[in-house]
Design a protein around this ligand. Structure first.
Ligand code: ZN
Length: 240
């Protein structure tokens, strides 16, 4: 992902002569970006579907998990979802990238600096193609796709399934998610699949999120939370 963003930058701004056209040239890197996004988002959603099937198999018996819907149908739906998500992301990323690039190029022109200075400012400013941004996109979108995959399998299951919100459980868990993850449910219950998780609020920073709705993780950039599937009325499997 980081390489894809860097390649996009190189295509947009190969030399000083390309500066005036750099905004338009950003689109040249869209295919590279699309491939990079599709790769890991596909992997994540398929991992989510595989893990959901395994969890249901282990606890409730092989072959119990799906209705007439075959695995092929779920894979097909997953690929459709990924294609759509990647399209949205390309638009969002393009928007941010164009804005940042435009601002920094204008600033560079006003100050009449050498081209090398523009490049180094772009790098230093974390101008939208930096590693931190790439990592954030990967983490957030992998979380989204993984949980989407789990929910797709749950929705296709013959069992009546609910979902719970599970945090990564380490010190990096944010105030948004720690509260979502600490909601207590009755045995064998959670939130119905089509319903949203409702943020319960809490003290300190969590208070402002009270009442916010989330269909699934991520709740925020860099969110690493997971959906845990439960079968209504049955004990919750002790699986990740
Ligand atoms: Zn989270």
């Amino acid at each position: 992902m980081a390489e894809a963003l860097e390649q996009q930058l190189q295509l947009a701004l190969p030399n000083e002569g390309a500066v005036d056209d750099a905004i338009n040239r950003l689109a040249l890197g869209d295919e590279i970006l699309k491939d990079a996004l599709t790769g890991f988002i596909n992997d994540s959603i398929l991992l989510g579907t595989a893990i959901a099937q395994r969890e249901i198999n282990v606890v409730y018996g092989e072959g119990k998990q799906l209705d007439d819907l075959g695995l092929g149908d779920i894979a097909g739906d997953a690929i459709d979802w990924v294609t759509q998500r990647v399209g949205t992301l390309i638009q969002e990323l393009g928007h941010t990238s164009r804005d940042t690039l435009r601002k920094l190029i204008n600033q560079w022109k006003e100050n009449d600096l050498p081209f090398s200075e523009l490049l180094s400012t772009l790098q230093k400013a974390g101008w939208g193609f930096d590693l931190r941004r790439a990592k954030m996109i990967v983490e957030t979108e992998a979380t989204r796709a993984f949980n989407k995959g789990k929910l797709m399998v749950a929705a296709a299951s013959v069992l009546t399934m609910h979902k719970r919100w599970v945090t990564a459980g380490d010190e990096k868990v944010c105030p948004i998610c720690v509260q979502l993850g600490s909601v207590r449910y009755s045995a064998g219950e959670g939130v119905a699949l089509p319903a949203d998780f409702v943020h319960p609020g809490g003290s300190g920073a969590a208070e402002q999120f009270a009442g916010q709705l989330y269909q699934q993780p991520p709740a925020h950039p860099n969110c690493r939370c997971k959906i845990r599937l439960v079968v209504l009325g049955l004990p919750v499997p002790q699986l990740s």
